[in-house]
Design a protein around this ligand. Sequence first.
Ligand code: FAD
Length: 465
Amino acid sequence: GDYAIDLDTIVVGSGPGGYVAAVHAAELGQKVAVVERYDALGGVCLNVGCIPSKAMIQVSHEYLTAKDGADRGIETGDVKLDFDKVQEYRKQVVNRMSNGVAYLFKKNKIDVIHGTAFMKSDHSLRVINDDSAQTYTFKNLILATGSHPIEIPGFKFGGRVIDSTGLLALPALPKELVVIGGGYIGSELAAAYANFGSHVTILEGTDTILGAYEKDMVKIIEKRFKAKDIDIITGAMAKEAKDNGDSVEVSYELNGEVKTVTADYVAVAVGRKPNTDDLGLNIAGVETTDRGLVKVDAQGRTNVEHIYAIGDIVAGAALAHKASYEGKVAAEAIAGQSSVVDYRAMPAVCYVDPEIATTGLSADQAKSEGLDVKTAKFPFSANGRAVSMHSDEGFVRLVFTKDNEQVVGAQIIGNNASDMISELTLAIESGNTVEDIALTIHPHPTLSEAVMDAADVALGYPTNI
Ligand code: FAD
């Protein structure tokens, strides 16, 4: 018979939002189960997002390094790429990380329920899989169902029209690749394939790729992309894809003229949509916005008091670390703690070449918030480690208040910017001033010294420029 199974807290979705929320809720004493519709745990991030993309990007850089080391004394024969092996490597990395989530669930005695969840009431849901259906009741529910790629008219996914998932898993290295959308996902993978040797065309609807980032950083990326022979076509409105079986013809409108480009694949990376349509949220009385985002308060609580939502299905940056952060806050709220989210020091990284990493506010954002700010910039061309790594392009920029010199934002573009941004995120989180950073001893020679040097610039006593 179909009797309901009772649980304290159910988490729907095992992505970086859901799995972190589940682990933390279990750590705080809840009996937790996670519902996941796919066999593999870890959501988009681990399986078809952050992790596999970084594996591909890493290999693409190693390939370039192997090819162009001659001027530093590394002589190789003909460097060849075995794309099947690249794909095998990607899968190995993903499997390892996904198994890691299974281990964490086991360690924290979290049950995994495989199947697709659908709300039955505000205290129960039904999980359906291939051969069974079961009802579960809960005291608390955390929705972490994530998002999926948006499809655009004229580009129905299938065959040679692919999304980011398809782009990560291509069966062979394409000679010609078209990427629609020059946001961070499109740009990262466009660069990786260009590094592997594909000729890539980016069609971007607005007047710039990476529009979320400041012009001086985008310029550096554009220059690199051009050096990789990537065609960046901005102001291009994608119209239609014609799949001819062994190639695809992509038409787009540019300045009122229709043009075409033929490629092996066209990848559409124009944004993502929250997975909230098929959950039956209305049955539970959970409110969403017209964009399908779940409305939540600062603890992640929806309008239904014991139902929470986190990650890509709520407002804000669709990023893995944001999902995990919200997951921890929701778990603590369920445990009766007074935790709330604070997005002031939210980092974001774009893994192009060189990397872009930002945290807190840009100068413009700070000004529009009414803050009186100054900026200080230090270039990697004056940093010994960067020069020795033949990666001297880029800079560190600090945004700080004029009156008390408190750090409110930072932008880094350069090799390993992704790892350097955390120092500045901590600085913002801790309310540090530029002097705090300048007085912090940084090891030499490191890229991170550029952060200290930027603080010296801010104080008006630059040593190294
Ligand atoms: P998801 O990771 O989407 O997980 C949701 C899970 O819920 C899925 O496993 C899904 O199967 C399951 N689910 C959905 N509906 C149901 C249901 N009804 N029943 C049962 N299970 C269900 N972010 C970064 O921070 N850094 C990066 O470098 C980065 N790179 C990316 C690269 C790519 C190519 C892509 C596509 C994304 C990238 N992201 C990156 C974004 C990141 O992947 C997402 O922000 C993150 O995965 C969101 O986490 P989440 O937990 O909200 O949802």
